[in-house]
Design a protein around this ligand. Structure first.
Ligand code: AQP
Length: 333
């Protein structure tokens, strides 16, 4: 029987998981669970690049895990793991570090952006983040990585590292393909208050994003206050970043093409449009929020699921790591 291709992706347990993370990433994970052998990680080690309050951090990890499942990731079909439960991630990261050039990491725009945001803690982990991400992906001989547009550069580095290693030690790694939706299809959802920057779950201005767990009244307020553009037409256009962003959002959650929405809202005002987008978001998130409450209430079950998934993931990870160590000439363990 032909083996299914492998899909890997992950999210950091930082901030409040928001609608951009769902549309740019999770949505494209959920619908591939039958077609692919999927591994979804809670990339908790990545979160250490910024100081975390331990109690809040643990709670956020459970929250993200429960949200993964509430959004439709199925622990019976896919491996849902905590990155820290599979130590092979950091082992492979060390080896890949020794194949990565400083100049490559210096070019990473996320490092530059995050360094500006964390001027008092520009640590080596922040710099090295893309190498750990490459290890996450290559460890499972991943074929497909569905992520948002902000991860494109990291994915390119991952591919370069796999190719570089394979050139020296043939056929060690599968070279992964990214799956990044076009911007108009949700690959880059923009901030509600500033539609020129990406929506981000750690934004200090909570008005800029809709969290998956925001209560309905908060969602209604946030979307109704979203910054719009001059003029009054509701159409996709470079000079209308606010309206274009809301159209993208509505199209992604309702699965209606943008052109149909433009037609539907012809001659209607921004006020009515924003009200209807807000209501659609509330309606869309309602079942996710209901499922979430039940799932989050049972921490013991969540922990057990993580434990079982880690055992299975480690088997795959160890196989790759052994191959790498063997190629490099280490004494077998
Ligand atoms: N605005 C976005 N539009 C579409 N996709 C997005 N993603 C992130 N923002 C958007 C995708 O979501 C996945 C998780 O990304 P992350 O863990 O890096 O989260 P983040 O929201 O990008 O987080 P921040 O605010 O930069 O803070 P940190 O990094 O501290 O959590 C990825 O697939 C990403 O592409």
């Amino acid at each position: 029987m032909a083996q299914k291709p492998v899909l890997f992706s992950g999210i950091q347990p930082t901030g409040n998981l928001m609608i951009g993370n769902y549309i740019g990433a999770i949505k494209n994970w959920v619908n591939r669970q039958d077609e692919y052998h999927c591994i979804f990680a809670l990339v908790d080690l990545h979160a250490m690049t910024v100081r975390q309050n331990p109690e809040e951090f643990r709670s956020r990890c459970y929250e993200l895990l429960a949200l993964y499942i509430a959004c439709g990731l199925d622990p019976n079909k896919s491996l849902i793991i905590a990155q820290s439960h599979v130590p092979e991630h950091t082992e492979l990261a060390w080896i890949l570090n020794c194949f990565t050039f400083m100049g490559e990491l210096n070019r990473m725009t996320q490092f530059k952006d995050k360094s500006k945001k964390n001027t008092d803690n520009i640590n080596a982990g922040l710099f090295d983040y893309p190498v750990l991400m490459a290890a996450d992906i290559l460890l499972y001989q991943t074929n497909l990585v569905p992520v948002g547009g902000d991860q494109k550069q990291h994915l390119e580095l991952t591919r370069d590292l796999a190719i570089r290693f394979n050139n020296l030690y043939p056929e060690t790694f599968t070279v992964p393909e990214p799956y990044i939706p076009e911007k108009a299809a949700g690959g880059r959802i923009m901030g509600l208050q500033d539609p020129t920057v990406k929506m981000s779950k750690t934004d200090t201005n909570e008005q800029n994003y809709v969290a998956l767990l925001d209560p309905p009244d908060v969602i209604l307020k946030k979307v109704k206050r979203a910054v719009t553009d001059s003029g009054s037409d509701i159409r996709m256009s470079e000079d209308k970043p606010g309206i274009s962003n809301l159209l993208t959002l509505l199209s992604s959650i309702s699965d209606q093409p943008i052109s149909a929405l433009e037609q539907q809202y012809q001659g209607k005002g921004y006020g009515q449009f924003k009200q209807e987008v807000a209501e659609a978001v509330v309606e869309f998130l309602n079942p996710i929020q209901t499922r979430y409450q039940d799932i989050r209430a049972d921490e013991a079950k969540l922990q057990q699921q993580l434990h079982e998934a880690a055992l299975k993931a480690r088997k795959i990870a160890q196989k790759t790591l052994n191959q790498v160590y063997n190629a490099l000439g280490f004494i077998p363990r």
